[in-house]
Write a protein that binds this ligand. Structure first.
Ligand code: AMP
Length: 283
C-alpha cells in the first residue's frame, strides 16, 4: 500500500493511473477502522483495479467540539487493516493539508430540504462540513466510483447531491453498501470504541427498536408505532434525538403509511456521552 500525506503527490499518482485507463474506487473514512469500513473496501476492490482510501477526522463537520476531541484515533492499527485488506493507496493528510487556507467555509452547498431534517436539525452545520471535506477529497482523488455505507443514510443522500452539484457533467458513481453489524445487531461504528462493554450490550436497543418498526409496520398512522420504538430506547437508558420514519427516496417524514411508499426508519440517540445513529429499510 502506498501512503500519501500530500495532496499534490496523490494527484500526480492518480493522473498517471488515469492515463493507463485504470478506474479508481474511493472509500473515504475518519479512521478507527472496523469491519464495516473494510467491507466497503472489499466491495470496491471487487469492481475496480485501483482502490484508494482516506483517513481524515474532519474538524469542520463536528458541531460539538467535545465529540471531535474524543473521536477515537487508531492510525497504526488502521494502516495494518487496510494493508491486510489489499488497499492500494491510503491518503492520510493533516488538517493543514486539507484546509491550506483555513477551515472557514468558502462555499455554501445548496442541499435544500435534506439539510433541514434529522441530522440536519440536530447537528447544525454538520452537512456543510461533510460537503466541504468530500468536495476537496473528490478533487484530489478524482474517483470513478465512490463507496459509502448505508449506516449513514442521510449522509449518502447528501453526498449524492454534492456530486450532482459539483460534477453535473462528469459522473462519479455513488455506491451505497450494506451496514455491517456486530453479532448482537449493534451497527459497527468507530464511536462504539467509546462505549463500555455493558453499554455496547445495552446499545443493541437501537437495533431492537428498528426491528420493532419493521415488523409492526402497517398501513395507517405511525405515531403509536414510533412511540413503542421510543420506549424501548428510553428503557435502555438512551436519550433520544429522533426516532423517525421517512420516505426512503427523499427523506420526507411520514406520519401515515399508505401501504405502498418505500420507507426507512432512522434513529439517533445518546448512550451517556456517545451519540449513535442507525437506520433500517422497512419494506
Ligand atoms: P466514518 O469513518 O464513520 O466516517 O465512515 C466511513 C464510511 O464507512 C462511511 O461511508 C460510512 O457510512 C461507512 N460505515 C461506517 N460504519 C459502517 C458499517 N457498520 N457498515 C458499513 N459501512 C459503514
Amino acid at each position: 500500500m502506498i501512503l500519501f500525506k500530500k495532496a499534490a503527490d496523490l494527484c500526480k499518482w492518480v493522473d498517471a493511473q488515469q492515463e493507463k485507463g485504470n478506474s479508481i474506487a474511493f472509500v473515504p473514512t475518519m479512521g478507527a477502522l472496523h469491519a464495516g469500513h473494510i467491507s466497503l473496501l472489499e466491495i470496491a476492490k471487487k469492481n475496480n483495479p485501483i482502490t484508494v482510501s482516506s483517513i481524515f477526522v474532519n474538524p469542520t463537520q463536528f458541531n460539538d467540539p467535545k465529540d471531535y476531541e474524543k473521536y477515537p484515533i487508531t492510525v497504526e492499527k488502521d494502516i495494518a487493516m487496510l494493508e491486510a485488506a489489499g488497499c492500494d493507496v491510503l491518503f492520510l493528510p493533516s488538517v493543514k493539508e486539507m484546509y491550506p487556507s483555513g477551515q472557514k467555509a468558502t462555499q455554501h452547498y445548496d442541499l435544500g430540504y435534506l439539510e433541514t431534517v434529522l441530522e440536519g436539525t440536530f447537528r447544525p452545520g454538520h452537512f456543510q462540513g461533510v460537503c466541504m471535506v468530500v468536495h476537496r477529497l473528490l478533487e484530489i482523488v478524482q474517483p470513478d466510483n465512490l463507496y459509502l455505507g448505508q449506516k449513514d443514510y442521510q449522509q449518502c443522500m447528501v453526498i449524492a447531491k454534492l456530486v450532482e452539484l459539483i460534477h453535473p457533467d462528469r459522473s462519479i458513481k455513488v455506491n451505497i453498501c450494506p451496514t455491517l453489524r456486530e453479532a448482537n445487531g449493534l451497527a459497527m461504528s468507530s464511536r462504539n470504541l467509546r462505549l463500555s462493554e455493558k453499554e455496547r450490550t445495552t446499545a443493541t436497543a437501537i437495533y431492537k427498536s428498528l426491528n420493532i418498526l419493521k415488523e409492526n409496520l402497517q398501513p395507517g398512522m405511525l405515531f403509536s408505532l414510533k412511540q413503542k420504538a421510543q420506549s424501548v430506547l428510553e428503557e435502555a437508558g438512551f436519550r433520544i434525538d429522533y426516532v423517525e420514519i421517512a420516505d426512503a427516496g427523499n427523506l420526507s417524514l411520514v406520519n401515515e403509511y399508505d401501504g405502498k411508499q418505500k420507507l426507512v426508519a432512522l434513529i439517533a440517540a445518546f448512550m451517556n456521552e456517545v451519540r449513535l445513529i442507525d437506520n433500517m429499510l422497512l419494506n
